[in-house]
Design a protein around this ligand. Structure first.
Ligand SMILES: [Zn+2]
Length: 294
């Protein structure tokens, strides 16, 4: 009987205090949530602000996002200005001191990567939607993601030191799986040439040894003019690339038109975790990206 009362009592305590031990994390993009999950497993509670079917360049701040941010222990974001259109407003309006710039709970994933395509000198709107601090689409780069995961591990261990060893062990396991998977991803794309809609695949191209030889956008974030499309038809016929790369939210019409004119296939590459039913986490995202390119 006493045993039973004791059991009931402990169940009750668990129920009234179910999530207090979890670190509450708000991530902007689904892939960030996926990496945090790898390291934090059941010690973290993760919400992503951006849906996997949204274009991450064009997100608007919503009251629901501010509410989520106001309760976050850590806000994790892509950085390199990808969220510049909505995140400063969310951080400001959240009145959450933990996630303000310079605090431990303000986690810019790009601090852990080596950016490519940094712009020197003046930038103006005539150059399109240029990211001055470098290409922000590094999430398909195993090399950089490993560093981001290490940074996440460090920050989780600092904020929730009781579980520091747990996070570190999960990072070791993450690293092992990443190394193992990289053997499979390999370099079978070496020598392949693609034309892409947006500057989205540059990090991966560098790591896997394929080339992006042209862009369908006339400038970053600027849809192609008909003159640019005309020029591209000539270029595609001359270069004969292995495919025209796009993601679900970019230039469907333009890529379909170019494909019809040149006979080169359109490859719709999955862009983030959850954008398709079979893309469940960052590892399967990478699997499917590479599969689609092959
Ligand atoms: Zn972009």
């Amino acid at each position: 009987m006493t045993k039973r009362i004791f059991f009931t009592l402990s169940m009750f305590l668990m129920l009234i205090n179910p999530a207090s031990a979890e670190v509450n994390i708000v991530a902007t993009l689904p892939w960030i949530g996926s990496i945090v999950k790898e390291i934090g497993v059941d010690k973290v509670n993760i919400t992503a602000l951006v849906k996997p079917n949204q274009d991450p360049h064009f997100i608007e701040a919503k009251p629901s996002m501010i509410l989520l941010a106001s309760k976050a222990d850590i806000l994790m974001y892509n950085g390199l200005d990808l969220e510049v259109g909505y995140l400063p407003l969310i951080i400001n309006s959240s009145r959450n001191s933990r996630i303000q710039l310079g605090r431990k709970g303000n986690f810019d994933c790009s601090r852990y990567i080596a950016p490519i395509e940094r712009h020197q000198g003046d930038i103006d709107r005539s150059m399109g939607d240029v990211h001055p601090f470098g290409n922000p689409h590094y999430h398909l780069s195993p090399k950089n993601i490993l560093n981001v995961a290490e940074g996440i591990t460090q920050t989780l261990s600092d904020i929730d030191s009781d579980n520091g060893e747990f996070y570190k062990a999960n990072f070791v396991s993450f690293k092992e799986r990443l190394m193992e998977r990289q053997k499979k991803w390999g370099d079978s794309l070496g020598g392949k040439k693609f034309i892409a809609f947006h500057r989205y695949f540059e990090y991966l191209a560098e790591e896997l040894g394929f080339q992006i030889v042209g862009y369908i956008e006339s400038m970053p974030g600027i849809p192609p003019s008909s003159a640019h499309i005309e020029r591209l038809i000539g270029e595609i016929n001359r270069i004969k690339p292995d495919g025209l790369l796009t993601t679900a939210y970019y230039g469907k019409r333009e890529t379909a038109f170019l494909s019809q004119k040149t006979g080169v296939k359109v490859i719709v590459v999955p862009h983030d975790v959850g954008c398709r039913e079979d893309v469940k986490d960052w590892f399967t995202l990478m699997d499917k990206v590479i599969e689609s390119l092959k």
